[in-house]
Structure formats: C-alpha cells, structure tokens
Design a protein around this ligand. Structure first.
Ligand code: ATP
Length: 370
C-alpha cells in the first residue's frame, strides 16, 4: 500500500456524470486529517458517488482527489491508503472473527498477525468472540468486525458507506458512540456517508450537507443547526419554523422585520439573505428555542424578546417534552417544544397564547429559495 505523510483529503473540482445525468456537480472539499467527517443528504444526492471517488471505485468525470501530499486520482483503489466499510459488512462467513480481521494482512503475505489482530479485537471490544463465526454475532458486532478488518491495514482514511443502515434504532445509537470512540482512539480521518441527520450530528466534527449533487453547506453540527444558510439545510437538520417577513430596518447589527402585526428582530450576522429595507426574508426559529405563555400572562415576558400571538391547535405529550402545534397569523402550524412540563400544566387546544424567544436564536434565510 502506498503511504502518504498525511491523512487529509482534498477534492478539487470533482464531478461525476453518468451519461447525461450529473450525479455530482463540480465540488471542492477539504477534509482535515484526523477528523470525523460526514457526507449527509437524502437518497440520490450524490454522497455515495463522492465517497466512491475518494475510494477509487468510481472515476471522476472532472477534478482531482488528493490524499495528503499525493494526487491519487489515477490510482486504483488498492493503491490508495484508504479502506471502505460498507453497510453489508461483507464478512467471510466461513472464517472466524480472528481470520476475518487478519485477512488483509495475510493477503499481503504477513505471517505473524496475532499481536495486530489482538489489538484490533481489543479496540472494537470483541476479545471474547475471537473464535466465533460472523453468523454467531449481532449486527452491531459484525459491523465492528468490518471496521477492525479495515483498520488493520492502517489506512490513512477510513470510508464508511451507511455502515449502520442495517441496524435497528437502539443499536444504531450505540454504534454511533462506538464508532466515534474508535475514531478518537485511532485518530485517523473517517469519512462517513449517511442520510440520518441525527447520526451525522452525533458523530461528526464537520458535516457537508449535500442536495442534488451539490454541497449546500459545510460546517460543524452546531453551526449547521444554529445558522443554516438555506431552507434545505434548515429543514433537513431538524424542524424549523419559518416566518416570511419584510425588512423594516437593516441599519444596525440586528435586522428589524415585520410579519403581520409583529415586529421581530434577528442578528444580521446570522442572515444569509438580501437585507435591503423593504426586501423579503425568512426568519427561522427552532421549536425548542420558543417559550409559551397564556395570553393573559403576556405582561410577564421580558423586554427585548421576539413575540407573536397564536392559538394552540394540537398538544402532544412525548415524554421529555410536550410538542405544541400553534396557529399564528404569520406561520401555519408553528411547532414549539416545551421541556419538562407537568402533564397538568399543559395548554389545551384553543388556548390563546403568546410565543416568545430571544432574537439571538433566530436566523434569516433568502425568501426567494424553494
Ligand atoms: P443513497 O443514499 O440512496 O445511496 P446517494 O446520495 O448515495 O444515495 P448516489 O448513490 O451517489 O446517491 O447516486 C447519485 C445519483 O446518481 C442517483 O440519482 C443515482 O441514481 C445515480 N447513479 C449512481 N450510480 C449510477 C450509475 N452507475 N449509473 C447511473 N446513475 C447512477
């Protein structure tokens, strides 16, 4: 295997066309060495194709792939310092776990594999299962064998293509933490493809949100969640209430916008839209950032908070929080989550309420987007 000095991945102008269909538009992406990086998007957005171009399993139509100092665009997969873990595990059913993990070393003619295999078994916490066959393990354990089998080759970059897709939700959550622990321990670059926003947010340091063959936004999970730049990202990563508003004053650090009778403000720095006075903007606010009071208690709301009136349409108790859907004059079906509310204290449908929130938690989007 070819070695490189670093494990960062740099894609420059990389694209993929199948016939006349542009699966991936030219994109530039730098994945820092040692990071846990997620390619996140809905089915068909081009994330697997992008991963396969890094692996060498797909030839790019244009552009270059660099791993560390090396341009690997023309190298076949086996000459690249990467390994891929697939959703299907692809373990050898007739070999036990030890031999599955040792496979890559044996193929390269390495005879004394015991120490390395033992280290890997310890890393993925399967020491007690060394002599079992794959069918004697759970799905999560099999996936850990697949990870160990890939890591034993000391790749600079581990590529993971929906590795947890076949697991049920509970196991999936356990494995997310497990993969994150393994990545932290081995310290190499992980590039993880998933359509599950919670999974990307839980594990990744950086996430590239893809849509229709393009990267819509790149950032840490917190940046993407708190400051989405497009309606696609705002809606793909959780629920967003979006209010169409008109810019009334754009002269300060905060924009003042009008929506119906309400005057609201939002930080100019968190607005990725045209902010001319008189222009249209979408004001976004996450459901859990909103507080609710009965309309009779509106006087208790602190000054400086954004506020709008509404009427409870639906209320659902979902354990840790209560989820309300609220009809307001400015946004249909406003969603609000209130934590730890007493069952008896819940507001019932039909109740007139005031919704209020810290303007700093709002973000602004281009109203002309889809
Ligand atoms: P999924 O999560 O469903 O795998 P994805 O985001 O990983 O989706 P890709 O597998 O990268 O998407 O596919 C991107 C687009 O390219 C899809 O519309 C797919 O149908 C198309 N595509 C992928 N491989 C080929 C191929 N070999 N020939 C033609 N079209 C392809």
């Amino acid at each position: 295997m070819t070695d490189t000095t670093r494990g960062d991945v740099r894609l420059s102008g990389i694209s993929k066309k199948y016939g006349s269909f542009q699966a991936v538009h030219p994109l530039d992406l730098t994945i820092p060495e040692g990071s846990f990086f997620a390619l996140l998007g809905a089915s068909g957005c081009g994330k697997t194709t992008t991963l396969r171009m890094i692996a060498g399993l797909e030839d790019p139509t244009t552009g270059t792939v660099r791993l560390g100092d090396q341009d690997v665009t023309a190298l076949p997969p086996y000459k690249r310092p990467v390994n891929t873990v697939f959703q299907s595990y692809a373990l050898f059913p007739h070999l036990d776990i030890t031999e599955n993990i040792a496979f890559g070393l044996r193929r390269r003619g390495i005879k004394s594999v015991k120490k390395q295999v033992d280290d890997m078994l310890e890393l993925v916490q399967l020491g007690d299962h060394a002599r079992k066959k794959p069918h004697q393990l759970s799905g999560g354990q099999q996936q850990r064998v697949a990870v160990a089998r890939a890591l034993i080759n000391h790749p600079k970059v581990l590529l993971l293509d929906e590795p947890l897709g076949a697991l049920d939700l509970k196991l999936r959550r356990q494995m997310q933490l497990e993969l994150k622990r393994i990545q932290t321990e081995v310290g190499i670059t992980f590039v993880h493809v998933t359509h599950d926003q919670e999974e990307a947010m839980t594990m990744a340091d950086q996430v590239a949100v893809m849509n229709a063959g393009r990267v819509e936004q790149l950032g840490s999970p917190a940046e993407l969640y708190e400051n989405p730049q497009t309606t696609f990202v705002a809606n793909f990563l959780g629920t967003s209430n979006l209010i169409t508003a008109e810019v009334a004053d754009s002269s300060g650090d905060s924009l003042v916008v009008k929506a119906g009778d309400a005057k609201l403000s939002l930080p100019a720095a968190r607005t990725s839209a045209e902010t001319r006075t008189g222009g249209k903007v979408l004001l976004g606010i996450r459901p859990e950032k909103i507080s609710l009071v009965h309309a009779d208690e509106a006087g208790t709301i602190a000054a400086g908070r954004n506020r709008i009136t509404g009427r409870i349409a639906q209320s659902s108790f979902i354990g840790v929080s209560t989820q309300y859907v609220i009809d307001t004059p400015v946004c249909d079906a406003f969603e609000v989550y209130v934590q730890n509310i007493e069952r008896d204290g819940r507001l019932t449908p039909g109740t007139e309420v005031v919704l209020h929130w810290n303007p700093e938690h709002s973000f602004g989007l281009d109203a002309a987007q889809d």
